[in-house]
Design a protein around this ligand. Structure first.
Ligand code: ATP
Length: 293
């Protein structure tokens, strides 16, 4: 009996499948690979990923953002490219590469390249796939996209510590993991799990961002700690990782992201200032680490 190896199957000694090979080649062109994740849903992970990407692009860096949340993709909408047509180029060996839509917000940033399952399926269509199909899709979003040369590849992970995160962390060598939390106890418990997962995956730089930290009352201007105070900072200390900053609840942030404009472009808002500072701190940290290599 002859046993044939399926083309996408990676057997030690038999070489790497073509898609993984393409990912490895592309990865060499991305200077910093940064994942944004959280143990818990709804804490503002995509908001942080999109605003971090935009803050970096605003500082002149070339940024790509991959929405690895296959089941609930919303990065394309948050960056205003959800209706963009995705074109593809065919290569001699028969594989196709998609051209990522870009947005430069009327010249306010360098063009941000975006790729997401949200660009492939109608907005209201659920993606009902088993794990193996999701894994393949994520690998294609990495390897079958014309990402080109990037200063930052930002990956927005789905909530939790599951399969899709494992796929990416085992496929590319992340430089940093940004863990997003809100200040409540339940969020902090789940966030701790995400920090530990990244430690186990040997990600060199891990940092926490606390989102929805407080609210500035639109009437009296007082600061209100809706969900408690200082949880993210305590968690970072306990886990021995960096704390990058606190982003307030900004009523404009929700409205802006629904309209495809990241809050960081509204320069005079407290959230925008915080995101710009966080992006700057991240760049400094990653450059320091690169120098030590
Ligand atoms: N700092 C903030 N101020 C105001 N609204 C915010 C803030 N951060 C996030 N939001 C809003 O909260 C909602 C959830 O945010 P987001 O989609 O980024 O969360 P998520 O953690 O990625 O969710 P999921 O777990 O579904 O992937 C969105 O409507 C977003 O606009």
């Amino acid at each position: 009996m002859t046993i044939k190896t399926p083309p996408s199957f990676n057997v030690p000694g038999l070489g790497v499948d073509p898609l993984t090979q393409r990912i490895k080649e592309k990865e060499k062109q991305w200077k910093y690979k940064v994942a944004v994740l959280s143990g818990k849903g709804g804490v503002g992970k995509s908001t942080v990923a999109v605003n971090l990407a935009t803050a970096l692009a605003k500082q002149g860096y070339f940024v790509g953002i991959l929405d690895a949340d296959v089941h609930g993709p919303n990065v394309a909408k948050m960056l205003g490219v959800e209706n963009a047509e995705v074109l593809a180029e065919e290569f001699e060996d028969g594989h196709f590469e998609m051209i990522p839509p870009m947005n430069d917000f009327l010249g306010q940033t360098t063009p941000i390249k975006v790729m997401s399952m949200g660009l492939m399926v109608p907005e209201d269509q659920p993606i009902i796939w088993r794990g193996s199909l999701v894994t393949k899709a994520i690998k294609q979003l990495l390897g079958d996209v014309k990402w080109g040369s990037l200063d930052f590849m930002i990956v927005d992970f789905p909530p939790g510590t599951g399969d899709q995160i494992l796929t990416v962390t085992q496929t590319i060598q992340l430089d940093a993991a940004i863990i997003v939390t809100t200040p409540q106890e339940v969020a902090l418990l789940d966030t701790g799990k995400a920090v530990n997962m990244m430690k186990q995956m040997n990600v060199p730089y891990i940092a926490v961002i606390e989102n929805m930290s407080y609210l500035i009352c639109p009437h009296c201007g007082n600061k209100i700690d809706l969900f408690g105070e200082g949880g993210g900072e305590k968690l970072a200390k306990k886990e021995g990782v960096d704390f990058l900053g606190k982003v307030p609840i900004d009523l404009k942030a929700r409205e802006a992201s629904d309209n495809g404009i990241p809050i960081v472009l509204y320069e005079d808002t407290p959230a925008a200032k915080e995101f710009m500072e966080i992006a700057q701190k991240l760049v400094t940290k990653l450059e320091e680490l690169k120098k030590k290599e």
